[in-house]
Design a protein. Structure first.
Length: 228
């Protein structure tokens, strides 16, 4: 769909390699081993595009090359970055972002599921750190939410609301695929502080809240729990 039909804080990639990998990922015949690698590859490309717009560099201290020449290092800003995968399927995106970032970043997990009848989000796990100096909220300058699919948008919106309350200054959400209605709902939760980056969008949802044509249940495909 035309990007103009989506909110300005939503970005859909047009990278040809990413689109080819997304096409492969949609196939029911793609084995679990390839699902894992495709999710990782797509995340790496998507994160490269997103973080090129959301990060900057500042001068750092002097250092020396192996030949003894002096050069000025650079550091990322914001310097505080946290990764928040949404359990379970967001776990498949963590390693790609960790490999991309030049310095280790903490990983905090959020467990959210959709209540089968209402499709409303229910939080069952949250390990965001709560310890902090008196009078200060624990926070990250930038929090990267990792969730392969945005369907109804309820889970994504709930995660964004939780992280805003936690005290993060900015959110970048990386998703492989989203439904138009769900992406709009998530983008509207905290539009001034959130950017959503996707490899693709689908127009429709099924009655069960699955994307059409979609990817199926990514968590089940990653962890071989189809038919549980």
């Amino acid at each position: 769909m035309a990007s103009s039909a989506l909110p300005p804080n939503v970005h859909v990639s047009s990278h040809p390699l990413l689109l080819a990998k997304l096409s492969q990922l949609r196939s029911a015949s793609t084995p679990a081993r390839d699902v894992k690698s495709l999710i990782s590859d797509i995340t790496l490309i998507l994160a490269t595009e997103a973080l090129s717009k959301c990060l900057a560099v500042v001068p750092g201290p002097k250092d020396s090359t192996p030949l003894g020449f002096t050069y000025e290092t650079v550091s990322l800003t914001p310097g505080s970055i946290s990764l928040v995968p949404i359990l379970r399927s967001g776990l498949g995106m963590v390693e790609a972002v960790q490999q991309l970032l030049p310095n280790p970043s903490p990983v905090h997990h959020l467990g959210l599921f959709r209540e089968p009848t209402t499709l409303a989000p229910v939080e069952y796990y949250n390990n965001l750190p709560t310890h902090h100096e008196e009078g200060k909220k624990p926070s990250a300058g930038l929090t990267i939410i990792l969730d392969p699919v945005i369907a109804t948008g309820g889970t994504a919106a709930a995660a964004i609301a939780t992280l805003k309350e936690w005290g993060t200054e900015r959110i970048v959400m990386l998703s492989v695929l989203g439904a138009v209605s769900g992406v709009k709902a998530a983008a509207g939760e905290w539009p001034e502080g959130t950017e959503i980056w996707l490899a693709g969008v689908d127009e429709e949802l099924t009655e069960r809240g699955m994307l059409k044509p979609g990817l199926g249940d990514v968590g089940d495909r990653l962890f071989l729990t189809i038919g549980k």
